[in-house]
Design a protein. Sequence first.
Length: 94
Amino acid sequence: MANSNEILSLYKHDERAALQKLFDIYYEPLLLYCYRLIRDSESAEDIVQDCFVHIWRSRRLENFEGELDRFMFQAIKFRAINYEIGRASCRERV
């Protein structure tokens, strides 16, 4: 995927450009990954978009060290797991 150092370096100079690049590079692969986990295209879109919003609002990349690939895919995996847990608990209540 992308060069983590390139995006993180860009983030220090131009936060918006770095986040746009992050979105451009990761959105489609994350969407596909999330869909494979939950098998619901609309919810997969919501999960991936929420993840990017969270990164933007929390300024998560400000002091980030590590591999963005791993971070992004793990973030989606955990959000997908939480989604499935919520969906299962809703089914149990019905």
